[in-house]
Each structure stands twice: as C-alpha cells, then as structure tokens.
Ligand binder design. Sequence first.
Ligand code: SF4
Length: 285
Amino acid sequence: MSQLSIVAVDEAGFCFGVRRALQLANEATEKYSEVACLGPLIHNRQVVEELEERGMRVVEKIEEVPRNSAALVRAHGAGPTVYEAAREREIDLIDATCPFVRRVQQAAARFTEDDYQVLVLGEREHPEAQAIVAHAGGHAIIVEDAGALDRIAVTARVAVVCQTTQHLDTLQELVTALLPRIAELRVANTICDATSKRQKASVGVARQVDVMIVIGGYHSANTNRLAQICRATGTRTEHIETADELRGEWLEGVTTAGITAGASTPLEAVEAVRRRLVELAAEHA
Ligand code: SF4
C-alpha cells in the first residue's frame, strides 16, 4: 500500500444538541460540586469519563439523586415524571434536552391530546424514544419499521412521530404501509437535520472510498445507524470508538479511506483517527 488518500465527512463531529448539552454540563460542574446526570450525557465513553472527573455522577433514576442537589437531563430528554420528581425533591434540574428532541415530545403530546393513536418510529430500548412515549402519556407505541404493523393493532386515526436519528426511507415505508390500513394519518417528520445531513454526506463519501471508518460510541444509535448505511453502499465499513482500534490490515490493498463520525464524537477524535490512518499507511507502505 503506497499512498493513502483520506476523505473526511465535513458534517462529522458534535451536533448542535450535543454541543449545547456539553456546555450546560460544563457550566453545571462549575456551579455545583456534584451534579447527577440522568444516564450518560452522551454516548461517548471518553467524554463521559472526563465529565466524571469534574464531579458529574451518572445515575439511572431521579430517585437516586439526593434532595436539594442538582441533576442534568441529557440531550435525549426525559419523561414528565422526571420533572415532577425533581420538583418534589427540590432538585435543581438543568435541562439539556435538545430543542429538536423537545419538538418530537411536544408533537407526541399534542397528537395524544387530539385523540390520535401515536406511533413513534424509533428504537424500542432507546431513552429518547421512551421519553417521547412518556410525553404521550405512556400511550404511544414504538415501532421499529413498517413490518411492526403486522404485530400491532392500529386504530382508524394514527399519528406518526420519529426519533430524531431515524432515516427518511424508513419513515416513508411506514407511511406507505399505514395508509391502506387506516382512515386518517398525521405525520410529524421530526428527523433531525443534523442527522440526515451527516447520513447523506457519509453515504456520498462511502461510495467513493475503499474502506469507511465510522467513529463513535458502540451504544450510540446515530453512530450505529451511520455504520449501517455506509455498509449498505457495499463499501467495507469499520465502526470504532477511538483511533487505537484502527488495524493496519484494514488498509491492505486500500488507496482511499473515508472517515465519518456520530453526533457524540468530538472533532479531536476524528483528527486522531486521521493521524493514525496516515501513520498506519506509512507503516504498511
Ligand atoms: S442529532 Fe439532532 S436531535 Fe440529536 S442531539 Fe444532535 S441536534 Fe439534537
């Protein structure tokens, strides 16, 4: 392998919502000696560890947070019971819910009030999807794709909202499958722009290269989704969390490598991967 050319996706790195959440988290660690975070702030182990060093403690439930202390709601958001519990326990709640996620929650609540059966296109176990359901009074149903319609009973009036990381094709398939089954359909396309732009740019790069490197947490929904759609182009795709995981043999017979990263990946991590790729290419030259 001689010359390796590297193409990085411009949209890689922290999105607006994650940048905002991190800023709020950093301000909170300056203001309070201890701040509880309801679940990991973002799906990036390295960043979470850094915040822990500054006094942030990850907890599972608001009930674990001591009375009269401080807690942070992450960008994925939380259900209304969390806000109620915080008020009761006099916890200073710093709300880092991404405004785009808030928009999904509000749409789900509004459709529920208007008596629609709300379907949340999303991942069943994902905290963002679960919080959206909670904002719909717990009545909404999470569906992962159009195939799920064969397993649930839909009413005549259905409204669809999406977890922000969903793909437009999946939403279109769901809508197409729903139409013949029901009388009335409302759809809130709540897919986040940052996600779709990053996905489109990543597919564009994946199509041009021999190997695609996707950087981001293994538990990050949007990073896993990026890896999946890059792989679907037919280009070999490797999902890593940090530059140390890069392997020289991935570059065998490779002349072009692409780099993209999920919404919770700092630009420094992207730069570290680029540097390591250059080193590995030189070692294998
Ligand atoms: S990906 Fe979009 S919705 Fe999710 S945190 Fe970032 S800006 Fe907000």
